[in-house]
Each structure stands twice: as structure tokens, then as C-alpha cells.
Design a protein around this ligand. Sequence first.
Ligand SMILES: [Zn+2]
Length: 246
Amino acid sequence: MTFSDDELDRYARHIVLPQLGGVGQQRLKAARVAVVGAGGIGSAAIPALAGAGVGQLTIVDGDTVDLSNLQRQPLFRTADIGRSKAELGAAFVEQRNPHVVVRAIAEQIDPANAEELLAGHDLILDGTDNFATRLLVSDCAVKLGIPLLSAAAQQFQGQVALFRAKPCYRCFVGDAFDADDCDSCAELGVLGALTGTVGNFAALIAIRAIVGIEPDAAGTLHLFDAARLAWRPMRLTADPACRSCG
Ligand SMILES: [Zn+2]
């Protein structure tokens, strides 16, 4: 895999990094990442991954832009209200980096289509806003053997974790939330810039994971408290009785 002059200039600040270099940039170009959810977290993660030169991006989101999304979703403009988030996200990526092959899936992910939509990716970044979808995406990631980067934000709290099969997201949250499909942001609120902080942090972990920068982030939950302005890492343990990875 070689780089054009445009790519060499575009990624110059990456290639010069000893931890990344030309080899790391090639790994980014070879990577296929699915982003589930083009909301607040996706709005930060998608531009970061596209800019970094991830070769293939799939954006899965069945929603359209609502006026109340604009407080925290900088991928979208006021004029975009009513339009497909996945398609707007893909159009943004094409403008941001023409070297990225981007695919928009303007469908809600559900048990019937999840496996087919997620298969063939090297990493899944989940930025959806409810437990039911997050558990579905996690179960699917475990089944397909694809690493999952799960990111969430609510009120003043954010959390990001990379899961490689075991422990999985279900080990962490348990089985109680499979039926919980409420929109937690709508109910409880979320600080606008927090979703961007969390989404960008998730993109950072994604880039590290794709390049292979040590230490591997898997198995640690990163909690961000926007009230105290502090990140806190928390070690996750596998549940031997987990019905997904156990
Ligand atoms: Zn598990």
C-alpha cells in the first residue's frame, strides 16, 4: 500500500510521530471502522477518524436531524433539520478526506440487520444513546470477533471503553437493560460539549488500537466527570456467567 503526494502531505503530522510513522498510517488506511450512531459522540468521532485517514468508514444511523440535536452535534447545521444523519455524516467525510471510502446506512440497527451491517469491519465504535442498542451491538461484536469501542455521555458524565471479546460490554452492565430503549439524553439531558469530549476520546482510542500503540486500552473503562473535570480509569472484569462472552 503506497501513499500519494496528497496523502503524504495530509498525514505528515502523523507520519513524523515515532509511535505512528508510515507503518501506522498504512494500518489506518487499511482499517474498516463502523460507527453506530451519528449523534453527539459520532459528530466528534467521525471527523476525527476521517481526518486521521481511516480507509473505510461505515456510518449507521436511522435518525434524521432534529432541532434539539444541534446543541451537541456539530456535524449538522440548522439547514440540515429533517435530513438523514448517516447521509449527512457520509457527505461530510467525503468533503473532509476524499481518500476515505465512506458508506451511509440510514437504517436503525436492530436484531434482524445488526450482524450483516457490522460484519467485515475491524472495529466498531458505538455512540448510540440507549442500553438496548448498545447491548445488541456488543453481543454482535462478540459473536463476530470484532473489537468494540463503546462511548456514552449523559448529564455531566461520560464513559469510554474498548472491549476485545472478554470482558464485554454485557459483563459491565448486565442483562437488566435489554428492554431499555429510552432516549436517555432526552430524559436526563447532556452537557453539549461533553459528547464531543467523549467522542473525540473514543476516536483517540480507536486510532491507538488500529495503529497498535501500547498499552492496549482494552478492559479499562474511562470515566469522565465534567463537574469535577477529571478522567478516572476503572478496571473491568469478565463475568464468567455472561451470556454473551461467558
Ligand atoms: Zn461478557
